[in-house]
Write a protein that binds this ligand. Sequence first.
Ligand SMILES: Cc1ncc(C[n+]2csc(CCOP(=O)(O)OP(=O)(O)O)c2C)c(N)n1
Ligand SMILES: [Mg+2]
Length: 303
Amino acid sequence: MSGVFENKELFKSGHTACAGCAVATGFRHIMRAVGKDCVIVNATGCSEIFTSAYPKSAWEVPYVHCVFENAAPVAAGVVEALRAMGNDHTKVVVLAGDGASYDIGFGHLSGMLERGHDVLYISYDNEAYMNTGVQRSGATPWKAYTTTSQVGSKIRGKLQNKKPMTEIVAAHGIPYVASSTSAHYTDLEMKVKKALSIRGPKFLNVLCTCVPGWGTDPSLSIQYLKDAVDTHVWPLLEIENGYLKMNMKPEKKPVETYLKGQKRFKHLTPEDVSEIQKMVDERWEGWVWREKVDTERKKELGE
Ligand SMILES: Cc1ncc(C[n+]2csc(CCOP(=O)(O)OP(=O)(O)O)c2C)c(N)n1
Ligand SMILES: [Mg+2]
């Protein structure tokens, strides 16, 4: 069919994601930027379930579903096989959740980065193991409720901090690392395109609202991601050849703007909120400081 009814999307509608799932929105934009000449490697998790339940598929491109922990080595194998066959152009892109990336596939991801395979690894971070019923992951923020970081009289949500994954990946010294969200479409598409223009391992950390996991209104999924950026909870940044650049420095809104209305945070006390504000401010200052140092170093070295 042609004309206005032609659907040129490479990630099709008709999948079974929840209403308001920001992962689905993100994938649509990611695929617009990736284009047709690719192989998608998708780790076990919500996205594999809602896009590829046999015999249906939302993918208009070659797609490999792999087990939870090994998306990075599968992608490494695919890219090396393509290159061995003389194919120098097909892009290999991993789409994997935070559980798969921050935790269970972390060692494999680290190995892939260290070996230098020409793969774009995108971690879609909805901050918990959502597919299996909202268990806490290394990406779950401090104090958030999940089914394995419950709220009672003594323990009140997750006891540990969120893993600084963007920085950990950047410490591997790979050519391109960036963070974005499913709501910042232009930023997200620009970063996917830029990453794919660079040879070697690339990593993108994309924050995505999860309606059942965060306990949010489905109509507000995009708003929460905008608030995450506007409150400085989640930066839009790039670390290119080791140099950090902040893509947006919005005037800071108080952290409550982001936390309010999310059921996973509804038990927070005013003291908890002040503590979170302090943590957010410290991290933000750290990024701004590093951007300043990196910009000066870049100038000095004439790079
Ligand atoms: C080795 C292994 N352990 C546990 C599971 C069960 N499991 C399947 S998906 C999943 C959660 C995935 O979490 P994440 O990667 O964050 O993706 P999301 O579901 O949040 O999109 C778990 C624990 C599994 N499939 N394999
Ligand atoms: Mg997850």
